[in-house]
Design a binder for this molecule. Sequence first.
Ligand SMILES: [Fe+2]
Length: 295
Amino acid sequence: MRTLPLHADFGVEVLDINLATVTTNGAYPAIRELFERHSLLLFRAQSLTDDDLLRVARLFGPIEDRQDTPDGSFIVPKISNRQAHNKLGPASDAQLLNLKANMLWHTDSTFLPIPALLNIITARVLPSSGGQTELVSTRAAWKRLPADLKARVADAVLWHRFAHSRSKIDPTLATHELFTRWDDQAWRALWRNPVTGEDALYLASHAYGVDGMSEQEGQELIEVLFDFATQPERIYAHAWDVGDVLIWDERATLHRGTPWPYEEERTLASLCVSVTDSDGLPAMKPATTQGVLAS
Ligand SMILES: [Fe+2]
């Protein structure tokens, strides 16, 4: 499979592939290998329907479903500023909050009892400018981290809460049930990829503390790690074309959206696939925790 590098730290563009025709016994094993090695894959000029996107995502694992529809149906989620009746702009305060919070560096779904393995995302409608998606490799960040910081992080456990990232944008809206329905989750700060054996920092905007540290000490450490991992030269900024598909490894990257002129539509179709035990989940669960200590 021919590839081109996207950034010195991570990511490849995969050439000559029509994702709509990929099967378990066909190109999937080679694509999966690239995913494990490079953490970020770009496929250009695809025209995947929602059903195609679901089918490709299912090759990697179970689809993350947070929709609780009464009949169990599933609609491929859209990241968009288009509302019903063709109006542009956020439909609700919660949607506006989500659009803004999406611009904080994050990993998807670290606040869920079963977090995400990957995000697969394709551009359907794009504005005339802006709206790039930026990513960094937390595997590269871990490799480069100074020894004193490595020693502090190697056995650390981070606590994650959806409302924490939302509260950075609007503390009142963050109390909505949408953001408080899950118990806080504790994950080790390093995710070892079982295929390559490489470690990556497992960070997110949802991380509110470090187990066994005071709230303030933990947040300071989390901030230091974010600053280190997201230095400008470490960023791959994807300028979307309609039909592009990105697949990123949630275990080894951070990402964020960037603004665009909101009077113009931007619509991406986006799915997360959940991790399974073979993706390294059991090793991410700490044996015991103390919680975040009072300052
Ligand atoms: Fe995201």
